[in-house]
Design a protein around this ligand. Structure first.
Ligand code: KIV
Ligand code: ZN
Length: 384
């Protein structure tokens, strides 16, 4: 069965870079952009050009070097922002302007001291204005997660008429439950009369740890673009993690979706972004954490040594990790000790293994992890 392609919109260099401490100079942003292009992302959100001269330069330089992906610049629904974004994107092969405004009652009242009618007008004017510079205009309805569905549908219909090609429905505060986010997307599919002229994009934040689930539910409900970042970095608890949504779709072929991402580059890209941004990846992070393919309890190790699939749903090679690791701790069993000893040249008989195991346990109880370099001494002590 051929699978439908979902577009991957990477915002590591915009929403991800907003994280305190993650700000990057142009040279580093270019390095990451080139890697994202190679990874196969459809759209790279390169920055927010009006925000600073440095970010303008980054978007401008990234536009010159990116070969395949669309390059996108963020703007508010403000003429000057749009002009500056358009100017920074001038050299891009496939430029996209991402413009929008807060649509929830909370944003309308407290951020803008405005009303729904005026916000709709600003949204439409912004899209019309951006359209003067580029064909590809994405509209974001900030805080769509908490926006009244009926108002959201009306504003979406208007911005599509004004020329928007993509409708970004951000769960800006990470508030929605997966079924609520799914219903919102379904509502738009069923109530925006010109919805066939645009694609819906999921932009979910991870405040409740639901960003990946919400994005996937959004796709199941009809969205065809996901906005995400490498390692899930982003404002507060972060954005949807690129590697997670890509692998969810790849592993669950029954859903019928896939992406153009070269998953074999996921691990190295994760490490590259982590190093350049100085943001460590938590060891238990899905797909790219150090422990994502390590096994340390005896029962799991025994299973994985017999057949990897007993405890792994992803082949580590598919995401660029060389092999699963069998980590020796006080919870390990004989199978793991025999396996690691053999790897470093000790082929232990059953009787030898029993003796080594007893010495191993004493050593392991005093240490967090037993390394390969500790094994020869343990084996020597046990077998003299
Ligand atoms: O989370 C959000 O709403 C955003 C928009 C600016 C797209 O990042
Ligand atoms: Zn965001």
């Amino acid at each position: 069965m051929s699978r439908e392609l979902v577009k991957i919109f990477d915002t590591t260099l915009r929403d991800g870079e907003q994280v305190p401490g993650c700000k990057l100079e142009t040279k580093k942003k270019i390095e990451i952009a080139e890697r994202l292009d190679e990874l196969g992302v459809d759209i790279i959100e390169a920055g927010f050009p009006i925000s600073s001269p440095g970010d303008y330069k980054s978007v401008e330089e990234i536009s010159k070097v990116v070969k395949n992906s669309s390059v996108c610049g963020l703007s508010r629904a403000v003429k000057k922002d749009i002009e500056v974004a358009a100017s920074a994107l001038k050299k891009a092969k496939k430029p996209r302007i991402h413009t929008g405004i807060g649509t929830s009652d909370s944003h309308i009242k407290y951020k803008f001291n405005s009303d729904r009618k005026s916000i709709s007008e600003r949204a439409v004017n912004a899209v019309k204005y951006a359209k003067k510079f580029v064909d590809d205009v994405e509209f974001y309805a900030e805080d769509a997660g908490r926006t009244d569905n009926d108002f959201l549908a009306k504003i979406c219909e208007k911005v599509i008429n004004a020329g928007a090609t993509v409708l970004n429905i951000p769960d800006t505060t990470g508030y929605c439950l997966p079924n609520q986010y799914a219903k919102k997307i379904e509502y738009l599919i069923n109530n925006v009369t010109n919805i066939d002229k645009a694609i819906i994009s999921c932009h979910c934040h991870n405040d409740l740890g639901l960003a990946t689930a919400n994005s996937i539910q959004g796709v199941i409900s009809g969205a065809r673009q996901i906005e995400c970042t490498i390692n899930g970095i982003g404002e507060r608890a972060g954005n949807t993690s690129l590697e997670e949504v890509v692998m969810v779709m790849r592993q669950h072929s029954e859903l019928g979706y896939d992406t153009k991402i070269n998953s074999k580059l996921l691990y190295s890209t994760s490490r590259m972004v982590s190093e350049i941004m100085g943001m460590p990846v938590q060891p238990n992070k899905a797909i790219v954490g150090t422990n994502a393919f390590s096994h340390s309890s005896g029962i799991h190790q025994d299973g994985v040594i017999k057949n990897r699939e007993t405890y792994e749903i992803i082949d580590p090679n598919d995401v660029g990790v060389n092999e699963s690791s069998i980590v020796l701790t006080a919870r390990s069993g004989r199978a793991a000790i025999a396996y690691r000893s053999k790897k470093i040249g000790f082929d232990l008989s059953k009787i030898e293994l029993d003796r080594v195991y007893q010495v191993f346990l004493k050593f392991a109880d005093m240490n967090k992890e037993v390394k390969d370099q500790d094994l020869p001494e343990i084996i020597k002590q046990a077998l003299i």
